[in-house]
Design a binder for this molecule. Structure first.
Ligand SMILES: CC(C)(COP(=O)(O)OP(=O)(O)OC[C@H]1O[C@@H](n2cnc3c(N)ncnc32)[C@H](O)[C@@H]1OP(=O)(O)O)[C@@H](O)C(=O)NCCC(=O)NCCS
Length: 186
């Protein structure tokens, strides 16, 4: 995907692009600066400098696409589109009567740095990711691990883009499985 410019609510502009091998330092800074509150909502993998280095060293060699939103000095947002088979998701969706195919129903996870949350960045990115995903012939985007029932901002954010709630499951808390059926797909 080509680099794209996105504009936040305060008219500040950012670059939206795929993660690159030489992004380890800024990605690590982004991870380690996430607050405990954000970490409690977003935990797809370790959020350390070392893990950022590992992820960057793997760029191009996995079936996971990672995107970032950056300004001149830092990463403001990080988005994962993962085409691996997620047995837990597959099993839960099966219980809702839906069969997932990891080639066309990847799992998706977004995270915005604390100081940039609620400034319209992810809303702009979502439009780009939906367009990208539709152009790739994907069928749906499945929320990785669902979203916590108490995460009202995220739930309303996803609904705004057409994600639907399929069911719920309980870990230490109640989580809602949400999926976006992409426009024009089966
Ligand atoms: C969820 C998240 C990705 C959304 O990204 P964002 O850039 O903050 O989202 P935006 O600013 O584009 O949009 C947020 C929307 O939620 C709305 N909102 C804010 N607080 C809200 C609340 N308490 N209840 C409901 N809606 C709320 C805003 O009004 C805005 O909608 P609008 O643009 O139509 O007015 C981001 O906040 C985040 O990373 N949070 C922490 C980690 C997380 O929860 N990740 C998702 C795990 S499933």
């Amino acid at each position: 995907m080509e680099k794209q410019i996105i504009t936040a609510k305060n008219n500040r502009t950012f670059v939206f692009r795929e993660l690159q091998a030489d992004d380890a330092q800024i990605l690590g800074d982004f991870f380690v600066n996430l607050s405990a509150q954000t970490r409690s909502r977003f935990g797809p993998h370790l959020l350390t400098q070392e893990h950022a280095s590992l992820l960057c060293s793997e760029v191009g060699n996995t079936n996971i696409t990672r995107f970032i939103v950056e300004n001149e000095s830092e990463i403001a947002g990080y988005f994962i589109l993962d085409f691996n088979l997620f047995e837990h998701e597959k099993k839960r969706y099966h219980s809702y009567g839906t069969t997932l195919d990891c080639n066309i129903d990847p799992v998706f996870a977004p995270c915005i740095a604390d100081k940039y949350q609620n400034s319209g960045i992810a809303s702009q990115v979502m439009l780009k990711i939906i367009e990208f995903s539709s152009n790739q012939g994907l069928r749906s985007l499945v929320l990785m691990g669902g979203t916590q029932q108490s995460n009202h901002l995220a739930r309303s954010f996803y609904k705004k883009f057409g994600f639907e709630e399929y069911g719920s499951f309980t870990t230490e808390m109640v989580n809602i499985d949400m999926k976006l059926n992409l426009p024009g797909q089966r």
